[in-house]
Design a protein. Structure first.
Lengths: 310, 271
């Protein structure tokens, strides 16, 4: 009676395992096929495409397609418009990352104070611009930044400062767009900082206060060490997102004035879908990718050194 | 202590003003008569409220059509993305299958690659398939959401194995287990992911701009961008268009903000 049929004992779990394996594949396959077909394949194809002279003639007839090696890349390296786009994108990132993080951190530190009333409401409200439609709020900001009727210039003039031709002057067009971008995205990193700040025990602040530390010293010696790893990662992730600015200049300035807001992605869009130089545009996409990859590798190296990410 | 409290509350009020002003101003100007906002100093409230721009948008500018396109595409994208990523995310978390680790490593590596890289070949591919300027073409990128898969997997890891094992011993098939046990357990993350996809699709610009070539297929952001180039001077009309575009997603977010914020923090703080 206690003897179990050995064949039954062996067969049953293995049959179950086979069924489970089949089920697992059925669950995974649709997503994997989609990712392979619509993500991995296009990325690989982009690399190949960047080595061809795919243009409007090839679009009409594939016989016109030729393999040109690294010619697209070579041509990009000597194209002042491309370097302009690289320079603009870098300017956006170099100014925008510290600015947006400072805004996020300031808002998070303020909202983390217990004396602030209705904190949950502010939290959601400050985050709200992040979920708004970029194109729509960019249109709104184009009018807020209007030289003659804009509210921002009205504010400047009412405190005695001269009006600024925000979007019409190549020297202010990037800062103007950045004002909008910071307004739109600061809530995202603010929530991340807030989540980390809430893990800092109150005792630490209490101890610092007993030791006679003022608000600045508390921030410097308690808050900053607690959020440093997060801040480092957030800043490096932000760089990647600033490298992919497109809709903001498309809507607010159309790349102008004097090409001052043409970003790399904007350049790729125009090269590919305005002039139909798809080979050359793919090369732009890959240069962009390499830039982001380099940043991500730095991110991983830094994260490993800091050891904050599990 | 009292002064500190006042200063902090004042700072919050100031931030709130900066955050809210553009949105409130947008709504206010959308109700102004034509040309009323184009004066200095800029008026903050309409002298008399009018719906003329909303009427113009829906009667003459085809806004109803764009609203429908945006709504239909976002809804379809949500349904498709969920039905592709939820089973896969669960399988990666809880079911053992040959090649799981290797596939997972491939997906982690793929996270580094920005989707824009493949934009041009994807466009050519869909052109070859005759899907340019169709809903199907606009929906394709939402099928391949690695981020969504990770989000579901992360959450599904917390399902106790004993629960699944017990159901197996009771003779439930894998499909039944997924429907009866896994789906109800995953409900919060499904709402979160659904919300992400819906808002993401609604707000998306570059891909619909490329793939939807005919005006009758435009989504709201694409239509608004085109409209704003045509009607640069019509501040009031553009603000009405912005309100129609932003209001649905803003309301949806406010209604489900708990799900959104929880999912966002799970995805970024924990990695």
């Amino acid at each position: 009676m206690t003897v179990v049929d050995p064949t039954l004992a062996r067969v049953k779990p293995s049959r179950g395992r086979a069924a489970r394996e089949r089920a697992a594949w059925a669950f995974v396959a649709p997503a994997m096929i989609a990712i392979g077909l619509f993500f991995a394949l296009p990325v690989i194809a982009a690399l190949l495409l960047s080595l061809t002279d795919f243009d409007i003639y090839a679009l009409a007839n594939l016989d016109n397609l030729r393999f040109v090696g690294l010619q697209n890349y070579e041509r990009l390296m000597t194209n002042p418009l491309f370097w302009g786009a690289m320079k603009n994108t870098l300017t956006f990132a170099v100014l925008g990352v510290p600015l947006s993080i400072a805004a996020s951190l300031a808002a998070a530190v303020i909202l983390n104070a217990r004396v602030v009333k209705w904190r949950p409401i502010w939290r959601v409200m400050f985050f709200a611009p992040y979920v708004t439609t970029l194109v729509a709020t960019a249109v709104v900001w184009r009018y807020l930044l209007h030289t003659r009727y804009g509210v921002i210039n009205w504010g400047l003039e009412s405190i005695g400062l001269p009006a600024v031709d925000w979007l019409g002057d190549p020297s202010t067009s990037i800062p103007a767009i950045l004002m909008f971008v910071v307004w739109k995205i600061f809530g995202y990193n603010m929530l991340i900082f807030l989540a980390v700040l809430q893990t800092v025990p109150d005792d630490l602040y209490e101890a610092a206060r007993i030791d006679g530390a003022g608000p600045w010293k508390q921030f410097r010696h308690v808050t900053l060490p607690a959020i440093a790893p997060t801040m480092l990662l957030v800043s490096i992730i932000s760089v990647a997102s600033f490298f992919q600015l497109f809709a903001e200049p498309y809507v607010m300035t159309q790349g102008g004035p004097a090409q001052s807001t043409v970003t790399v992605l904007y350049f790729m869009y125009e090269e590919g879908f305005k002039w139909w130089n798809l080979g050359s545009a793919s090369a732009v996409a890959f240069v962009l990718f390499l830039c982001i990859l380099a940043i991500t590798l730095v991110q991983l190296a830094v994260a490993k050194r800091v050891g904050a990410y599990q | 202590m009292k002064i500190r409290a006042i200063l902090l509350n004042l700072a919050v009020a100031l931030i709130a003003l900066v955050v809210l002003f553009p949105l409130v101003w947008m709504v206010s100007v959308s109700f102004m008569a034509t040309g009323e906002a184009a004066v200095f100093p800029p008026p903050l409230l309409p002298s008399h409220w009018t719906l003329e721009h909303y009427r113009d948008l829906f009667l003459n500018q085809g806004m109803g059509r764009y609203l429908w396109n945006s709504f239909a595409l976002a809804t379809l994208a949500t349904i498709l993305a969920l039905s592709f990523t939820v089973p896969a995310g669960y399988a990666f978390a809880k079911l053992k299958f040959a090649g799981r680790e290797r596939l997972f490593q491939f997906l982690v590596a793929a996270l580094v690659v920005p989707a824009q890289i493949g934009t041009l070949p994807l466009f050519l591919m869909l052109k070859g398939m005759g899907l340019v300027n169709t809903y199907a073409g606009a929906l394709v990128p939402w099928l391949a959401s690695i981020f969504g898969l990770f989000l579901v997997r992360q959450y599904a890891l917390s399902i106790p194995d004993e629960m699944l094992e017990a159901a197996r011993i009771d003779g439930a098939s894998e499909g039944q287990i997924f429907r009866r046990i896994v789906l109800p357990t995953l409900q919060p993350i499904i709402v979160t992911l659904g919300l992400f996809v819906f808002l993401g699709s609604w707000n998306d610009f570059l891909w619909p701009l490329i793939i939807l070539t005919d005006q009758s297929n435009y989504t709201l952001p694409v239509a608004l961008a085109a409209l704003s180039r045509e009607h640069v001077q019509d501040i009031e009309l553009m603000m009405a268009g912005a309100v129609v575009t932003v209001a649905p997603v803003l309301i949806l977010f406010l209604a489900l903000q708990r799900y959104y914020i929880r999912g966002m923090l799970a995805g970024s703080v924990k990695g």
